[in-house]
Every structure is written in structure tokens, then in C-alpha cells.
Design a protein around this ligand. Structure first.
Ligand SMILES: *[C@@H]1O[C@H](CO)[C@@H](O)[C@H](O)[C@H]1NC(C)=O
Ligand SMILES: *[C@@H]1O[C@H](CO)[C@@H](O)[C@H](O)[C@H]1NC(C)=O
Length: 163
């Protein structure tokens, strides 16, 4: 009886906390992009940017634009990891590409492997955004980026030159 009540209280409490908390419970980020380019072009640019930032070199002056690792790619799907230079936390990343008339729609996802990571200073956002920006795809015709704090931890306060 007591255990039942305790469990009930716990469930109510965590549900309430979840509703009041503006971020998703686990540090992660989902982004929808649109580019006025064909998906073959977008795919090639993303993959080559991930490869360009494979080693640690580009982080010697700080920042996070290094230590990416391409795991898998085909025409519609790219999978990679990003390791934070100092603490060596690993984040898993995916890009799903879809032809949408004359544009290419891409859904990006980045998620911290450490289950207790709740706040990430925008790291998961920057993991994704830095690749797009590094490849110059943010200058593509018809570029748009759509996300929000609820689906992308600390998106509005992210500083991608640092995290
Ligand atoms: C995609 O775009 C690239 C670069 O603009 C171009 O070279 C290529 O021919 C295009 N591919 C298709 C299938 O339209
Ligand atoms: C690409 O790989 C993904 C994941 O393995 C798979 O679901 C998808 O069907 C593949 N697409 C193509 C065009 O081969």
C-alpha cells in the first residue's frame, strides 16, 4: 500500500518536473534544414566536412570543430560521432536526407551517450550546426534551419565558437 503510494507520488512528481523543464530530459538536438541544392551535393559536402575535421588539429586554439568520425554513409543517411576535445564525451549524430521537389530536406540528430547529460551548453546543437556552417551550406540558396530549445538542448544560448 505504502509502496504503491510512493510510486504514485514519484510518477506525479517526475511528470510535473518534466512539464516544467523546458529542455528534453537527455542532452540531444534535432534540427530540420532545407537547402536549395540537390541532395547529392548536400550529402557530399556534409561527408567531406566530417572527414576534414577528423583529427584533433582544428581544436588546438579551442572550440569543438574537430574529432568527428564518419561511421556510415549512403545516399540518404549519414552517421557519425563527435568527441569533445577535453572530456572525451562521445555524441552520436545522424543526418537523414530527403529530396523535396527542388530542395533537399535534411533532418539532423545529435545525442550525448552519457545518460546523465541533461544540460550540454548547446554542444549537441553545435555538433550539427558546425558541420553545416563549416561546409558553407548555410550560404546555400534557400537555406533554412529550424529547431527549438524543447527539441534541442540549450539551442538559444549555444555559443558554437566554444562548444
Ligand atoms: C547536383 O549538383 C551538383 C553541383 O551543383 C551538380 O554537379 C550535379 O550534376 C547535380 N546532380 C544532379 C543529379 O542533379
Ligand atoms: C541507407 O542506409 C540506411 C540505414 O542503414 C537504410 O535504412 C537506407 O535504406 C539506405 N538507403 C539507401 C538508398 O541505400
Amino acid at each position: 500500500m505504502n509502496t504503491g503510494l510512493g510510486l504514485f507520488t514519484f510518477v506525479v512528481f517526475t511528470r510535473t518536473a518534466y512539464c516544467l523543464w523546458p529542455y528534453s530530459f537527455h542532452a540531444s538536438c534535432k534540427i530540420d534544414w532545407s537547402f536549395g541544392l540537390n541532395c547529392t551535393h548536400v550529402n557530399t559536402e556534409i561527408v567531406s566536412q566530417i572527414k576534414k575535421w577528423k583529427g584533433p588539429d582544428n581544436c588546438e586554439q579551442g572550440g569543438q570543430k574537430c574529432l568527428y568520425e564518419l561511421i556510415f554513409s549512403n545516399e540518404t543517411f549519414i552517421q557519425a560521432t563527435h568527441t569533445t576535445p577535453v572530456k572525451k564525451y562521445i555524441d552520436d549524430m545522424t543526418f537523414h536526407l530527403q529530396v523535396n521537389q527542388k530542395t533537399c530536406s535534411v533532418q539532423g540528430n545529435s545525442e550525448s551517450r552519457v545518460w546523465y547529460a541533461v544540460l550540454d551548453y548547446g554542444t549537441n546543437y553545435c555538433n550539427l550546426h558546425n558541420i553545416i556552417e563549416g561546409a558553407g551550406l548555410d550560404k546555400a540558396p534557400g537555406y533554412s534551419e529550424d529547431t527549438a530549445d524543447k527539441i534541442c538542448t540549450q539551442y538559444t544560448s549555444a555559443n558554437c565558437e566554444v562548444y
